[in-house]
Design a protein around this ligand. Sequence first.
Ligand code: DX5
Ligand code: ZN
Length: 209
Amino acid sequence: MFEIIPGILEKDWAEIERKLEIYRPFAKSVHIDLIDGKFAQNTTFFDPSPFVKYSKDFLFEVHMMVEDPIKYLKPFADAGFNRFIGHVEKMPDQTEFVAQAQLLGEVALGIDAETPVEAIKVSFDDLDSILVMTVKAGFSGQSFMKDNLEKVKKLAGLTTIPIEIDGGVDAATVKLGCTAGARRFVATSFLFGGESAQQQYQLLKECVE
Ligand code: DX5
Ligand code: ZN
């Protein structure tokens, strides 16, 4: 019912691989952040091909904080990604994005911290999930923006598809997200703020169960 999804926002493959090895013993899904320097003032590792090596071990979702995310669907699908989360802010055609992503796996639309729910123009029936940012997209380690929970509440009243929150998730905010109606929780820096990532992950899990 509830899922904690470890995240990776990195520029170097070596660092990505190090985190995948850390997550491997306990996580099924992993959230990979993709940022192109145009959507936000940051850039991440951009080549999906080395992920192939891990495609049997994880369900990979790609969180596309990019201009025109449709371009990345095929290369990421070829590398074994299963879930495609495209942000609406710089997406020229939501219907086209959703149609193409549906052919390749699960599709989600994401809304950034300042974007209202109404910016989602396609029917919720055509989506597998929705991502609501709880920080401004671009960086890990920012603090949770509580106001965005209003959007989670609103969406939870409009659809039964899973709502995922991303940004600033910790042992306290995960509960707030849960109460608002979120079912998936991306966590990155919190996992590295304790003795072990597995313990931190377990802690978040216990908070929502
Ligand atoms: C922010 C990314 C998030 C981020 C989460 O743009 O989409 O996935 O890495 O990191 P924490 O959990 O540290 O806020
Ligand atoms: Zn993300």
